[in-house]
Design a protein around this ligand. Structure first.
Ligand code: ATP
Ligand code: MG
Length: 269
């Protein structure tokens, strides 16, 4: 069975964003939204200046651009972000500042990253940024790093698959990489990660990232060349330390009630 009949998962995924599924009007007012300017006298067609942008959007539309369900309602006005604002107001200010000028930030390839302990709200804040970019009509690809690497491995199955996937990862307006440093390290993984970060660095494209490691530790983990580029794209990481908030939200299961503390013999009639 050919890969054309069953495209790999990375090629099947859909994106949300203003442009998905609709032809947009030509921003230059030169074509009818097709990306081609037709000269009716000579009956020839040439590329419209808007065509490059159209191609980039179509490529990005095949990446994962959906805010995961848990983070869909994320907002400054609601917990947990309003709770985080009480203990980490400067960090929330940094995110607000970035979002205020999101268009310029994305156009100039400026990103941000958040580093800190497990369960402190890093992914939540990064999702605010991705949501802001989507709301601004930009294309966003959201991946946890281990998943992205799995999809890259899968894309190797077809000849052009991997290059194509890499191209799409470079073309998207914002690449959201969650859990940097949580991947299993191999030479291949480090190389791929470097390729992704370097391609975006060269194309001046923004990255938003989260990690449990500060830059020095991350450089040991991922290599200094990757981290040096990330620092230039994202600046200094926004620190978010503290206790694991997931522990406060864990459900109380019946087993934890006093009945569960009874031994098996106490349950016999
Ligand atoms: N300051 C906070 N106050 C209340 N709840 C919070 C706070 N920070 C995070 N949470 C809640 O804790 C959980 C973990 O948040 P999140 O996934 O953003 O953490 P994280 O820092 O990305 O964790 P990890 O390092 O494990 O990826 C979520 O359920 C979130 O709603
Ligand atoms: Mg996280």
């Amino acid at each position: 069975m050919s890969t054309d009949e069953h495209p790999p998962a990375h090629a099947r995924l859909s994106v949300i964003g203003r442009s998905a599924g609709r032809a947009r009007p030509c921003p230059f007012d030169m074509c009818d939204g097709t990306g081609f300017v037709v000269d009716e006298q000579t009956n020839t067609a040439s590329d419209c200046p808007c065509r490059a942008g159209r191609i980039a959007r179509v490529r990005a539309a095949q990446l994962e651009g959906r805010i995961p369900r848990r983070y869909q309602g994320v907002s400054f006005e609601r917990p947990p972000v309003s709770d985080i604002a009480r203990t980490a107001p400067d960090q929330i200010q940094s995110i607000r500042r970035y979002l205020r000028t999101i268009e310029q930030n994305l156009d100039s390839g400026r990103g941000l990253w958040i580093a800190g302990d497990v369960g402190t709200g890093k992914t939540t804040l990064a999702m605010l940024v991705s949501k802001g970019a989507l709301d601004a009509g930009r294309s966003v690809a959201i991946y946890s790093l281990p998943r992205l690497l799995n999809l890259l491995r899968e894309s190797l199955a077809s000849e052009s698959g991997m290059l194509d996937f890499m191209d799409r990862l470079t073309a998207v307006d914002l690449l959201h990489l969650d859990d940097l440093g949580a991947e299993n390290q191999t030479e291949w993984v480090l190389e791929q990660l470097y390729s992704i970060v370097n391609a975006r660095y060269e194309a001046q494209r923004a990255i938003v990232a989260t990690t449990n490691l500060m830059p020095d530790a991350l450089a040991e983990h991922l290599g200094p060349r990757t981290v040096s580029r990330l620092v230039e794209i994202c600046g200094d990481p926004i620190p978010l330390y503290g206790c694991d908030r997931r522990l406060e939200h864990r459900p109380e299961f019946p087993q934890q009630s006093e009945h569960a503390l009874l031994g098996a013999s106490d349950l016999r009639p």
